[in-house]
Design a protein around this ligand. Structure first.
Ligand code: SAM
Length: 327
């Protein structure tokens, strides 16, 4: 088991398979993109398989595949087929913008990979195109409805962006009225590849909840797992649920069970911290397994207690983009 220096069990890995993305969401990166990693700096699928096996051996039992956009990686299914058979791994999930997932939906289902988070920051097409700087709304919407209809456990992640999409908060909640889906509203974080900096946000989780309460005064809180980053609610009469994720307010650090490995092999123990180690060259050297295990133990043994403590230590962390951190 992996236990950190604050006595938290770490069993959840967010594994990025690429830093590239086919969208250009304006809160994530500049219009021209970021300095994406060269191919030889990305972990290969074989390396991702080996690394997953090592980490599951150390106590990880839940892996979320992310990026960048995971489905831009043509060999992604090879990794997922491997993970689906990996002993000790209880839960495989993916986070996607749902532009490219269509052709893979059947196989994902047959592999038993049913937990899919779809990032969707607008229910209005023009707003979607303004934020993502791409014309993909219809594809995303179709894939989203298809995933829900095929019985996937779908969660929609919507970042509340002041002046951009908050008029869509109530309309996107309508999806939870008609479909068994969870719509989660997240706070914006300043990881946008240097596009803008900010110290505070207008739309924190409390303001989002107040806004929803004005239209739905009778929503009530649901029980959530202790390690959940979302605080979850139900509106009476809705098929689905909704939640808020205080990703900037950081109210959930005390029960954090996560570890990130970026597409280039950086080990990241907190979004607000710099990488603790890089595993890529280690993976390409002799005795990789024992060296990786050692680096992971060191990283897990020296985690910041909270995102605020990490931010204090690593003040320039905000020049980064979520697409390279692994969102
Ligand atoms: N491409 C996939 C997707 O769209 O879900 C996975 C990678 S993306 C970087 C993961 C998540 O990070 C998305 O839900 C995205 O909205 C979120 N994200 C990106 N930049 C963010 C920021 N500055 N603040 C908060 N969330 C952000």
């Amino acid at each position: 088991m992996l236990i950190d220096n604050h006595n938290r069990t770490i069993n959840y890995l967010r594994l990025a398979v690429t830093d590239r993305c086919n969208l250009r969401c304006n809160y994530c990166m500049p219009a021209e993109g970021i300095n994406f990693a060269k191919n030889d700096k990305l972990l290969t699928i074989e390396e991702l398989k080996t690394l997953s096996g090592i980490l599951v051996g150390q106590g990880i039992d839940k892996i979320r595949i992310t990026g960048g956009e995971p489905f831009v990686r043509k060999d992604l299914m090879e990794l997922l087929r491997y993970l689906a058979k990996l002993d000790g791994l209880k839960d495989i999930s993916a986070t996607t913008n749902a532009t490219l997932i269509g052709p893979y939906i059947d196989e994902l289902k047959s592999l038993g990979i049913k937990n899919i988070n779809v990032s969707l920051d607008a229910i209005n097409k023009a707003t979607f195109e303004r934020i993502t700087r791409r014309d993909q709304y219809d594809t995303v919407h179709n894939n989203l409805i298809r995933l829900i209809s095929e019985g996937f456990n779908v969660r929609i992640n919507f970042i509340a962006l002041d002046g951009q999409n908050t008029q869509d908060i109530l309309p996107i909640l309508e999806l939870a009225k008609h479909y068994p889906v969870s719509v989660r509203f997240l706070e914006e974080m300043p990881f946008n590849g240097g596009s803008k900096t900010f110290q505070k946000i207008a739309w924190d989780y409390k303001k989002i909840l107040e806004h929803i309460r004005e239209a739905h005064p009778d929503f009530y809180k649901l029980e959530s797992p202790s390690t959940s980053t979302s605080i979850n609610y139900k509106i009476p009469g809705h098929m689905g649920t909704f939640g808020v994720i205080p990703s900037f307010s950081r109210t959930f650090c005390g029960t954090c069970n996560r570890l990130r490995v970026s597409a280039t092999g950086d080990v990241i123990t907190c979004l607000y911290a710099k990488p603790s180690a890089n595993l890529r060259d280690i993976m390409r050297s002799e005795n990789a397994k024992s060296k990786v295990e050692e680096q992971i133990l060191i990283a897990v043994g020296s985690r910041a207690k909270t995102g605020f403590e990490a931010q204090e230590k690593y003040r320039d962390v905000f020049s980064n983009s979520m697409t390279s951190i692994g969102g």
